[in-house]
Design a protein around this ligand. Structure first.
Ligand code: PSZ
Length: 500
């Protein structure tokens, strides 16, 4: 850290940044009217993107890796709050935030502070195999970082590495619970223990998980079997025969299509029941259902709380698992800490997965879904205490600064502005929708959407796409109305250009 202080301009600024931040926190000022540390007032664009330095680095990286997905190289030292700097000196308002994974933006003083505290040094230096050799502060860190923001009614948490890894292990917890119920809690037979090692029944039972078309749950093999958004994720990879049901296709504006949307959701719930019956009958019993509270990668598709209540009721009635994947919707972006809190479910989900803004992967689970034996949900690291130390700070800031309120205020403002823009540009924008700052709007086609994203970036606003023709908003929890105004001004310009 000392060596870094000498050479890294970021570290030179730490003390100043942290001191200013401490002053801000101690005065208890509200972020709704507060500047984020070191954030610029406006974007600054000096080159095309990718600029010459980015292009050179992309060329060099191409000698080592496939660079087909690299947009540009970033200058993280000079990125602050909601603003991302690139290596060519461009500074953009970032509404995409590393694929929706920055709770407090870039170089937040509370996080820098956590990294620079001497008492945290060992946590960052020594990475333990947490499942077998946890450090003394592990319990209190779990309590501060993860249990203090448990979904209501849930009290157990398991850390993991990334989102897909969390989904994988969440699915395993569901299968293991299902088979434990089948055996009425008895120990497995010798035959089961022998046969599973070579992928044969009865130890490897032909169980399935029901998922939804256009859902995204990660790219590892089990998670991928539940992922149905783009062919690029799936092509050439063998997949198990697991049931897939379409996600409700709601008509907008919602308030003008209530009856139709209700009928659509009831129909999908019937299709879920039918599909479970079909798979049970053909000897591939459905052990659980996995779903995102809002289908994010698949196009920001929303369904009503009644739909989710219906699913929870089906899974409870049939005694199968219900996994709610909050990797992208969790950590406050919808205005509640967990998106499924909006649904008033009759019972908590059985498993809730998280990652992205939570900085660590993992999942909450009902106690009955924790396997009896150790080493069943396990790997070398089972997460990373360094990330939990950072999450502790993030959770503290979210609470101290009432960031969920900030998200509600900014989210409402963003959505009402999108609705106004949709009225102004009816041929270009449709289906403005959102919960908190997790907002989206549709374009007539991907080409128009991508053109708008390009033009916006040239004007210093970095946004992201999802689904076929959707623009999505994934800002930090520090995103404020003034940022919305700045975006809308540029959005209006770009749309009037596209309209011509
Ligand atoms: O292209 C990709 O691999 C992307 S782009 C966005 C994601 C992945 N999102 C990750 C994600 C998610 O949105 C949901 C709802 N569930 C699971 C995942 C997987 O998380 P990671 O990427 O950490 O494995």
């Amino acid at each position: 850290m000392l060596a870094a202080r000498r050479i890294n301009p970021l570290f030179r600024n730490i003390e100043k940044t942290v001191k200013n931040y401490d002053r801000h926190v101690s005065t208890g000022s509200s972020l709704l009217s507060m500047d984020v540390a070191n954030e610029p007032d406006v974007p600054k664009m000096v080159t095309d993107i990718p600029g010459p330095k980015s292009k050179q680095l992309i060329k060099e990286l191409a000698q080592i890796q496939n660079v087909g997905a690299v947009h540009f190289f970033c200058d993280y030292d000079n990125s602050h709050g909601n603003y991302l700097a690139d290596v060519d000196g461009n500074v953009m308002l970032d509404l995409y935030t590393q694929i929706s994974s920055l709770p407090l933006g870039y170089n937040h003083p509370a996080i820098i502070n956590a990294v620079s505290k001497p008492e945290n040094l060992s946590t960052f230096v020594n990475r333990p195999a947490l499942g077998v050799y946890p450090p003394a502060d592990w319990v209190s860190r779990l309590q501060n970082a993860l249990l203090s923001v448990c979904p209501p009614g849930m009290t157990k948490v398991q850390t993991m590495a990334c989102g897909a890894c969390s989904v994988e292990h969440g699915l395993k917890a569901i299968f293991i619970k299902y088979m434990n119920d089948q055996r009425s809690g008895e120990a497995p037979s010798m035959e089961e223990m022998d046969s599973c090692r070579v992928n044969k029944a009865p130890g490897s039972p032909p169980l399935t998980i029901l998922s939804f078309d256009n859902g995204f749950h990660g790219r590892t093999m089990g998670a991928l079997a539940c992922t149905h958004s783009k062919w690029l994720h799936k092509l050439d990879l063998p997949q198990p025969d697991w049931p897939v049901v379409r996600f409700p296709d709601l008509k907008y504006p919602l308030e003008c299509n209530t009856a139709e949307n209700k009928a659509e959701e009831s129909k999908v719930l019937e299709e879920v029941e039918d599909k479970i019956e079909e798979y049970n009958k053909k000897g591939l019993p459905v052990a659980g259902i996995i779903i995102e509270p809002v289908q994010c990668e698949g196009g920001d598709n929303f369904a009503s709380k009644e739909f989710f209540q219906g699913l929870r009721d089906i899974t409870n009635k049939r005694k199968i698992g219900f996994l709610v994947d909050e990797v992208q919707t969790g950590c406050g972006v919808t205005g509640k800490f967990w998106a499924h809190e909006h649904f008033n479910l009759t019972d908590t989900p059985d498993v809730v997965t998280f990652s992205k803004k939570m900085l660590t992967g993992g999942f909450y689970q009902k106690e009955s879904f924790i396997p009896k034996e150790g080493y069943r949900i396990f790997n070398t690291w089972v997460g990373d205490p360094g990330k939990i130390a950072l999450l502790e700070e993030v959770v503290k800031v979210i609470k101290e600064e009432n960031l969920l309120d900030n998200v509600k205020v900014t989210g409402n403002y963003l959505l009402s502005n999108l609705e106004q823009m949709q009225t102004k540009y009816p041929g270009i924008l449709s289906k403005a929708r959102g919960l908190g700052t997790l907002c989206a709007v549709d374009f007539p086609d991907a080409a128009t959407r991508d053109k708008v994203i390009g033009y916006l970036r040239a004007k210093g606003v970095h946004t992201g796409a999802c689904g076929e023709a959707t623009l999505r908003f994934r800002p930090t929890l520090l995103f404020q109305n003034k940022h919305v105004d700045l975006f809308m001004e540029r959005f209006d310009d770009v749309l009037s250009q596209v309209k011509k």
